[in-house]
Write a protein that binds this ligand. Structure first.
Ligand SMILES: Cc1cc2nc3c(=O)[nH]c(=O)nc-3n(C[C@H](O)[C@H](O)[C@H](O)COP(=O)(O)O)c2cc1C
Length: 152
């Protein structure tokens, strides 16, 4: 699929087949994510690949519009480091770029996904819950979860 077709045909998908995703494809999606542009070239991201069923089930409950995470073969959790001199509010925009790369790379591989929020500047609860589920330290923010699978 060429880049423009990929951009124009991507859409959010919330129903997935059980078909597992090969590690080679997962690695390629993460490689595309880390090649996103970033403010100051800080590359402030960290990605957690969640395949475990119980963890996906728990993540699907952290906010009301994420239930389908339970039924995706995997979920990539987008995180942002906020330690030291590398912190800049622009880092949130850099994470968004990485997230879009994940969605587009998944689509290019015949997969599909949907951005689901964790970071809510008016409600700390989703991030607090996701932090407990994944044991993420306090100096790393959790921004979003992207369930991915072959579309149903
Ligand atoms: C920052 C952000 C947060 C989103 N949060 C959710 C969400 O929590 N649950 C969900 O089902 N979709 C979520 N979406 C997906 C949007 O609903 C979707 O992108 C939009 O309706 C346009 O549809 P499309 O992606 O198919 O073009 C989110 C998208 C963005 C960019």
């Amino acid at each position: 699929m060429d880049a423009l077709t990929c951009l124009k045909t991507r859409r959010s998908i919330r129903k997935f087949k059980d078909t597992p995703i090969s590690q080679e494809i997962v690695d390629d999606i993460l490689d595309c994510a880390r090649k996103a542009p970033s403010a100051h070239n800080y590359q402030p991201w960290a990605f957690i690949v969640v395949k475990d069923r119980d963890q996906r089930q728990a993540l699907s409950q952290v906010q009301p519009w994420a239930s389908f995470i339970a039924n995706a073969p995997m979920c990539i959790v987008l995180c942002m480091s906020k330690t030291g001199a590398d912190f800049s509010p622009s880092n949130y925009l850099s994470i968004a770029c990485a997230g879009e790369n994940i969605l587009l790379a998944a689509h290019a591989h015949g997969l599909a996904g949907c951005w689901t929020y964790v970071k809510d500047f008016n409600d700390p609860e989703p991030e607090k819950m996701a932090r407990e589920i994944l044991q993420v330290p306090e100096d790393v923010e959790i921004i979003a979860m992207i369930p991915i699978g072959y579309p149903k």
